[in-house]
Structures are given as structure tokens and as C-alpha cells.
Design a protein around this ligand. Structure first.
Ligand code: SF4
Length: 95
């Protein structure tokens, strides 16, 4: 089977009680906010992020800066706004 270059696989990952272990890193499953992100890699019946081992923690501080599906913006009040990329593109076109 030919392996496509650039596509991350979790080949060789091992499930342990602590989570999925891959190259010595314990990975936690992706969280709800990750849904739609292109970096998600499925492994068995769960989905993981090869970019960030603990997606929940990544999102706890605001928005994941590696996300491919949303972009974070800080509005005038200093609040972080999450924009789905498709919607923001559509808005820009309509202007
Ligand atoms: S890159 Fe960020 S948004 Fe995408 S799966 Fe990983 S943690 Fe989730």
C-alpha cells in the first residue's frame, strides 16, 4: 500500500489507559470544537489531532491556532470570536 506524502497517519499508535500513545506522546481525543478541522485523524473509533495532543486544553485558552476550519478574531471588546472559515469567505465576497 502506497503511503501518501504529507498525510499524517497514526500508524503504530498504541491505546493505553491514559489515552492513545504515539511516539511517546499521550494523545487525547479531539473535542467538539475540533469538528470540521482537517487535521483530525481517526484512529479506531476515536479521532485524534496529530498537531496538538490535548485538543481540550488547546481550546480551553480560547481558539486553537492550528484549526483549519475556524479563525479566531478579537473584537473591539476584547472578546475572542470564532468564525467558521466558509462563512467569513462568503461575507467577504458579498461586500
Ligand atoms: S488542530 Fe486544533 S482544532 Fe484541529 S483537531 Fe487539532 S486541536 Fe482540534
Amino acid at each position: 500500500m502506497a503511503k501518501k506524502k504529507g498525510i499524517v497517519s497514526l500508524e503504530g499508535a498504541v491505546k493505553t489507559d491514559a489515552g492513545l500513545t504515539y511516539k511517546g506522546v499521550v494523545m487525547e481525543p479531539v473535542v467538539e470544537q475540533c469538528e470540521g478541522c482537517e487535521r483530525i485523524v481517526p484512529f479506531e473509533d476515536e479521532q485524534f489531532c496529530p498537531t496538538y495532543a490535548q485538543p481540550a486544553r488547546k481550546w480551553a485558552g480560547g481558539v486553537c491556532n492550528f484549526a483549519t476550519h475556524v479563525r479566531a478574531e478579537v473584537d473591539k471588546a476584547g472578546k475572542v470570536k470564532v468564525n467558521p472559515l466558509k462563512a467569513s469567505k462568503r461575507a467577504a465576497r458579498g461586500r
